[in-house]
Each structure stands twice: as C-alpha cells, then as structure tokens.
Design a protein around this ligand. Structure first.
Ligand SMILES: [Zn+2]
Ligand SMILES: [Zn+2]
Length: 238
C-alpha cells in the first residue's frame, strides 16, 4: 500500500485516518504538536517546563521531549526531565498518584508547567478503568491542558494513539496493573485503526469530572483538603 500523502513510499501506519509512510507519519505528528501548542497559546518562547516521564512511558516521554524542543518557535522549550519510578505502587491509580504528586512537589514555588506523555490509548484505557472500578481520581487528565491549584498540566499526546506514533517508535505500554494492561491489550486488538474513537473518547470522560482537587496530587475530592492517599502518606511520615 502506497503512502496517501507523498505517493512515493510504502505506507506503514495510519495517522489522522490516512495511510502514511514513516516520513509522513513523523511529519504529521510534529505538525499536530505544533498546531495544538500554537492554537491553545500554551507556551512562550523557550519557556522552562517540567517533563515528567513515568517508568512505563519512557519512550513516549523521550519522544515528546524531542518533539517539543523543535516543534515551533513559540514552543521551543527548555525542558527539564523528571523521571518517576512507579514500581512501588501496584495499581494504576497509585501509579498516577505517585506521578502527579511528585510532579506537583517538584514544581512547588518554581512556576513551571508540567508536560505529561500520556497517549490516547493510555487515557482511553484509564476512562474504561475508572468506570469499571469507580475510581475517577484523575479523569481530568483527558485534556490537552488542565490547571490544578495553580499548576498547569499539559498532555500533548492526549489525542494521539500509539499506532499514530509508530513512525517514531513501536512500544507496547505495560504498567504492571493487570486489569489496566488487559484493557490496553483489548484496545490494541480491537480499536487499532479506529482513529475517530481516539478523538471522541474524552467526551465520555466528562461525566466523571469532579469539582475540587486534592492540594498535593490533584485527585478529585469531595471536601476541601487532601485525598485519602495523600492524607495517609502525610500522617505516616515521622
Ligand atoms: Zn509518505
Ligand atoms: Zn492527593
């Protein structure tokens, strides 16, 4: 199958619903990162940002850093990487808690934005997980941008699937949470080329939105203050 964009090379994947070759796949993703950054006026030139890279998204995080460094004038960023190991947390909510709380702690008084490499596959699996386990703590991640207690989180891959990234990398996400990983597997086997789904899934997440956020990690809470995880970890400290 020939690339529908350049009509020269062999198509290797689908980006934005079109079959494309490796070169065009890369270009399309770079253009998307640039377009989203410009249209949302998210970054200023050479802005210092924190790029948080969880252990299970290392390749995606490094790719995102490289893309943001060269995407465009206004989003040519000065990125500092924060690697987070989530091995001591067994389920995905605990892992997200670790990632977000560590990011917020690192950001304290430094006024940087936090960039996260969550892809559409990951976030869609998280919505399904949230509905089935009734744990909706961080459903606000299903956005390009979200401000939590003065910290701005940016998820540039929120509408980009793993398959669309395959011009750059082929990586199967495995978080270590078996329920979550089986949802990811199911998505990969059944939705792989269904590009449109990855652009509408976040609307279904909106019904799960809460109103108040935990001060330390951003989890939805019903009363002002800390979420259960944060209050436990704070009281257990000497
Ligand atoms: Zn091409
Ligand atoms: Zn919390």
């Amino acid at each position: 199958m020939e690339c529908e964009h350049c009509n020269k090379r062999e198509a290797i994947t689908v980006v934005g619903g079109r079959k494309v070759c490796e070169v065009c796949a890369r270009n399309e993703i770079l253009k998307r990162i640039r377009r989203d950054a410009v249209s949302t006026k998210t970054f200023t030139y050479k802005e210092k940002v924190l790029i948080t890279i969880p252990d299970f998204l290392k390749s995606e995080g490094n790719l995102l850093k490289a893309l943001l460094m060269k995407a465009c004038y206004s989003c040519k960023l000065d990125g500092e990487v924060l690697e987070v190991s989530t091995k001591d947390e067994s389920d995905i909510v605990g892992k997200l808690w670790k990632i977000l709380r560590t990011s917020m702690e690192t950001m304290k008084d430094r006024g940087r934005k936090v960039v996260l490499p969550f892809t559409a596959d990951f976030l869609m699996a998280y919505v399904i997980y949230s509905v089935s386990t009734k744990q909706k703590d961080y459903v606000w991640l299903l956005n390009y941008k979200q401000e939590i207690n003065g910290v701005v989180f940016i998820m540039p891959f929120f509408s980009t699937s793993q398959k669309e990234l395959s011009g750059y990398l082929t990586h199967e996400i495995a978080t270590g949470d078996s329920l979550f990983d089986s949802i990811l597997k199911w998505e990969e086997e059944n939705l792989g080329e269904n590009y449109e789904l990855f652009h509408v899934y976040w609307n279904s997440g909106k019904i799960l939105y809460g109103e108040k956020y935990c001060k330390l990690c951003g989890a939805y809470v019903t009363h002002d203050g800390l979420c259960q995880r944060c209050s436990l970890s704070t009281t257990s400290r000497p």
